[in-house]
Structures are given as C-alpha cells and as structure tokens.
Design a protein around this ligand. Sequence first.
Ligand code: CLF
Ligand code: SF4
Length: 501
Amino acid sequence: MQLPVLNDTPAHAEHGAKGGCAASSCGTTENQMDTLPDSIREKVQNHPCYSEDAHHYFARMHVAVAPACNIQCHYCNRKYDCANESRPGVVSELLTPDQAVKKTMAVAANIPQMTVLGIAGPGDPLANPERTFETFRRLSQEAPDIKLCVSTNGLALPDAVEELSKHNIDHVTITINCVDPEVGAKIYPWIFWKNKRIKGIKGAKILIEQQQKGLEMLIAKGILVKVNSVMIPGVNDKHLAEVSKAVKSKGAFLHNVMPLISEAEHGTFYGVMGQRGPTPDELQDLQDSCSGDMNMMRHCRQCRADAVGMLGEDRGDEFTLDKIEDMEIDYQAAMEKRAVIHQAIQAEMDSKRLEKAEKAQQLKQEPKLTTRPVLMAVATSGQGVINLHFGHAKEFLIYEASPDGVRFISHRKADQYCGGDTTCGDGESTLQVTIRALAGCEAVLCSKVGYEPWEMLEAAGIAPNGEHAMEPIEEAVMAVYKEMAAAGKLDATPEAARATA
Ligand code: CLF
Ligand code: SF4
C-alpha cells in the first residue's frame, strides 16, 4: 500500500532545540523498541514524541483549552503559551472543550497519521481541570483510536492522577527543572497553593514534592511519564544530571532536556535580565551526559499549544474554527480508514527496522573504519527517507556518521529558500542564513539542489549531495561517510592515529 503523503507543502519548521539520537538514546529507538514489553511498545510505537522513529511517520496535535496557570516560571510571559511544552513567544487560539473535540475529529479524519492529541496549554492543563477533563472524557468516548497525552508543571498532579487514569491517558509529561528547592527558587518566584501565593524556597519545595509524588503515582498506575526540563545555564544546568537520575530511579520513561529560549522581546523575567539559553553544544553535552542514566528525547520541537501535524510542521491554518465548522465528518468511516493506514505504516516501519538491523549486522562484519565522525544535514519531509528539495526544507535533521554507525543528533531550523522570502533582516539572503545554520556539517543530503545553493554550499565547505533521493536516511548517510573515508577526506580518529604512530 502506498502510504499517504503527509502534506503537500514541504514539511517542517521552526523551533530550535538541539536534539540528538543514537543507537544509544533518543526517545525510543528501533533497537530499544525490540526489547520493550509488548504493553509499552504498543503505547510508544506510534507516538511521535515517545519514539524518535515514529516521528518520521506519525503526527500529533494540541488543543489549547487550558488558559490558567498555578505557578510562575521565570521563563514565562503569560501573554504567551506555557513555555514548559511550547516554544516561548507564541500565542495559541483558545478553544472550548466542544470546539476542541470538533477540531480533533476534523484533524483525525483529514490527517490519518495523527495518532496523539495532547493538551499542553496555553497555561497548565491541570490548573484547568474541568476544561481539560471534559475534552479528554469526550474524546476517549467519541474518538477512541486517538492516544491522549497531557503536559503539566506537576503542582496539581497528585490530585489529578485518578481522573487521568479514568480517561485512558497513557502519556503524561511533567516539567521538572530541579529536585533541590534552592535551585527551584531561582526558577519559580511563586506558586499558587491552597488559595495562597507562596514564594521562594518554600513554594519551590511544595512544587518539587508534588511533582515527585505525582510521578510516583503515575508510575504506580502504569502510565508512561516523560519528564521535560528546561536547561538554564548557571541555574540548573549542573543540576539536571541529578534530576535525570532521580526521575529515572522512580520509573520515568524519557527525559527531554529543552533549551531555555529567553528573547528579551518575549518580556519574561529571564529575557529582561539577560539570562542566556544554552548553546547547541552545551545542550548536546548535557543530553549526552544524562543519556547514560535514561532515554533522552532529542527530537522535540517545542510545539505550540495548538500545533497540528508532524513535529516541526504546523498545519493549524487548515483547521481554523470557521473551516472545521464547514467540514462534514463521518468519524466511524474515518476510524476505519485510519486503522488501515496505521497498519500499513506499522508494517513499513517493521520492515525498515529489520532492514536496518541487517545493515547494522553487515557493518559489523566489515573491516572497521578508523576515521573521525562527520556531521551531515538531511532534508526530509518524513517517512525516514531523503525526499525534500534543499530549497524547500524549513529544517534539516542533523546526523553524525562515525565508524560505529549513524546517529540522529538534532534538528536545525532553516528559513525556506525556494518560495519563501529571499531576504532575512541584516542584509543576509535566506540562503546565506540557511547555510549558516548548517555550520559544522560537512555534507547536506537532499532530493535535489539548485545551482546557486550548490556553489554556495561548496564555498562554505558543505558538500551538497542529491544522489540519495528516496533512500533511507541512515543508509544514505553511511554511504556518503564511506565515500568520504574512501576518498581520503577524513582524518583518523585520535585513537587510530595514536595506534599507527
Ligand atoms: Fe504534545 Fe507533548 Fe504529548 Fe507530544 S508534544 S503533549 S508529549 S503530544 Fe512532543 Fe512537542 Fe516536544 Fe511536547 S515535540 S513540545 S515533547
Ligand atoms: Fe508559564 Fe507554563 Fe510556567 Fe505556567 S507552568 S508559568 S504557563 S511556563
């Protein structure tokens, strides 16, 4: 069966978290998927956030039904969506539960790959329990094939666990930035607790206790927990490895360390105070150091509270309230169609997983290369293959190739070069900005690339490569790596150099 194309406009966009996946740790990888118990595999295999693999195939959507919040984070300006799960500085359209249900069913019928509905704002979903649970209750009855997911700061979590488990919610994200109230007091000026505003260390201590208690209660109920942490240099960066250990020991499934984004124009405390976010290298180093303790998510796009589509793309404009009002949805028929498509995608993923395992076996049989690792950028609109024109990419996935194999590292935003604006402020062309975003990469793999970008990429030391169109990403990256090694373009690793000295 031919899998449907997810979007006829080039996919992907925005959001600057630095990711990184690997054979070792990025969401749930293919290797790990084989070792998971069936009950957990079933929960993660089509969840685009909990499985790095699934995010190439499946989409999610959020409905912004939860306006209020019960704490204050120094990286938040309440004019915008909750920054614990969303990119700071965006405003989502607030929906009633009824509108949210309609919108979800309209999206599910039109984007059959949409498997997960999340509530992640614009405030804290559990600080708005009536609106949040009304939405979940109706969806679990009216659209039972959609997975339900929620993201919370954790303050009200213990009181909500029972209700969450009633609505068949298998996935909960808690944002845990610290397990030490002294660190917490630097992040949270106050919490609103039992009708009082509680400030400083005292407030942070209550928040941490509630988060940890909620985590334990969810695990006891068999609900999968992802922990988000915002990395704030000089505040909690040194502390997050401890957070990772602590949440893993309690049974959290995945840790998603996201970069602080603190633009002054967002008007947050940190933004105004000039608190910087981490550099991509700092973020990756922290993710790598935490990954010894637990699975790390590296493909997060810090979505808006009303995001629709594949991670990194936003198709919200196709589902505005006036548009869904005019849509006639036969959800029973849509569910049948969705089931067939999900099965086909799953079969394709399984067969790719087998192929990949075979290739990895073959690689082990070959004489091991001793060349240094190389970063490559890949243009894809999904399905795990190189299928996007360089000029249509709004983001590139970054992979590292080394003698040990290929691992996903992160994604980088690029302003669309063809069909988009041709200039971005500061007199730089969009193409120049895109090429700058690819700094550190030595090749870019895409389905096609035009003459002008080809020349500019080469001049920037990035080899353009359109020879692997429609090939699986990791295979193509390894093939290019081997070509570079065979052509003598790569130095030996320091270990190999020492061994031959
Ligand atoms: Fe949404 Fe979050 Fe559920 Fe995913 S997003 S509530 S777990 S369905 Fe995903 Fe978006 Fe990152 Fe969130 S990429 S911001 S981790
Ligand atoms: Fe803002 Fe979310 Fe923090 Fe509430 S929990 S203050 S909405 S970032």
